[in-house]
Design a protein around this ligand. Structure first.
Ligand SMILES: NC(=O)c1ccc[n+]([C@@H]2O[C@H](COP(=O)([O-])OP(=O)(O)OC[C@H]3O[C@@H](n4cnc5c(N)ncnc54)[C@H](OP(=O)(O)O)[C@@H]3O)[C@@H](O)[C@H]2O)c1
Length: 328
């Protein structure tokens, strides 16, 4: 096998970003899409020039024409369909949030081990050079001892018809976009928090439409995260250390022409803009799957890290519901 044949499991909006990434990759080809009806699958295949359209998810999973699937379903279906896909011999790139309970995550990991199929979480920004540069600056001590990580992801809906506003489908701001600063904090701190405290505002939808959380780590390090469905689009990350401060203006969604992306403010001296190579935001996660499947390399984002993302979200929700600090 020299190329991975990809199938899209659903016609979700986010596929728009993965399709060019698969096509830009050297070792991937997009061969199929599956939808809950033949008409929708065929219309989507025609629109995007995808060779094969399947009238059900099951039919695509049963096909020998597909090696790996991209799971872009509503959150409550991630575990079920990742497991079914692996049981049918497919490798899986599953969207965030990976699953909604730790029992689901553990079952997904167990099935990956049993079947020998690769399973990874689609956190595209983790593969981007900007994120790696920030991590290297922390690792090599440029910022000194890290004290605080702050991260924000806000946006507002055009319409209230959205899977993110349905409680029983794993809706909610923390599951949807709060997971980004949570995962960034884990990456920078080198592990999950020891304790968390959360506050949420539940909207008419019944899901958290605003969430803020404080997370504490060994050596008195702190991360503060917030997310909102009710304010104009804004993302930001700031990493504070004893030797300086690193700011990321678009930490999770890639470049914006003309805007300074990554700035370092040293304790002494002038602010410095850190150069970030251009890279298509979604390409890294696709290339990583190819390297893991074809070259036997370990996934860049481990399932242990993914499990901690889910564990941290659940702890924050528990804290917000009980008003208590939760120890992980
Ligand atoms: N990494 C990122 O940058 C990023 C960005 C956006 C979203 N996401 C994640 O990607 C996933 C999809 O988000 P999205 O906004 O793209 O979703 P969406 O446009 O609402 O699409 C979800 C798809 O799931 C399928 N589906 C199956 N059962 C469904 C049900 N009961 N109700 C509604 N849809 C159902 C539908 O496909 P068919 O009709 O074809 O079966 C639908 O097109 C979410 O987990 C989200 O967190 C990630």
């Amino acid at each position: 096998m020299s190329k991975i044949r990809w199938g899209l499991l659903s016609t979700a909006n986010i596929n728009r970003r993965l399709i060019p990434a698969i096509r830009a990759s050297a070792r991937g080809e997009l061969v199929a899409v599956a939808s809950r009806s033949q008409a929708s699958a065929q219309a989507y295949a025609d629109q995007w020039g995808i060779p094969q359209a399947f009238s059900s998810y099951e039919a695509m999973l049963a096909s020998d024409a597909v090696d790996a699937v991209y799971i872009s379903l509503p959150n409550h279906l991630h575990a079920e369909w990742s497991i079914k896909a692996m049981q049918q011999g497919k490798h899986v790139l599953c969207e965030k949030p990976f699953a909604l309970t730790l029992a689901e995550v553990d079952e997904m990991i167990a099935v990956s081990k049993q079947t020998g199929r690769i399973l990874t979480e689609a956190f595209m920004y983790r593969h981007h050079p900007q994120t790696k540069i920030a991590g290297e600056m922390v690792q090599n001590g440029r910022l000194g001892r890290i004290t605080v990580v702050r991260g924000v992801f806000n946006f507002a809906f055009d319409t209230r018809e959205n899977i993110r506003l349905v409680p029983e489908w794993g809706g909610g701001g923390l599951w949807d976009v709060g997971v980004y600063p949570i995962s960034m904090a884990q990456y920078i701190m080198g592990g999950p928090p020891q304790q968390v405290f959360g506050n949420q505002w539940i909207g008419e939808s019944g899901v958290d439409e605003v969430f803020s959380g404080q997370m504490t780590y060994a050596d008195d390090k702190v991360a503060q995260i917030s997310c909102s469905f009710c304010t104009p689009f804004h993302t930001f990350v700031e990493i504070l250390g004893t030797e300086g401060r690193l700011t990321m203006n678009r930490p999770f969604i890639g470049h914006n022409d003309g805007e300074r992306q990554l700035m370092f403010y040293p304790k002494d001296g002038e602010p410095e803009e850190i150069a970030v190579p251009e890279k298509e935001l979604y390409l890294g996660e696709v290339e990583d799957m190819h390297a893991v499947i074809l070259d036997g390399r370990s996934p860049y984002l481990s399932l242990a890290e993914t499990r901690n993302h889910v564990k941290t979200v659940l702890a924050l929700y528990q804290s917000a519901q009980t008003g208590q600090i939760v120890t992980l």
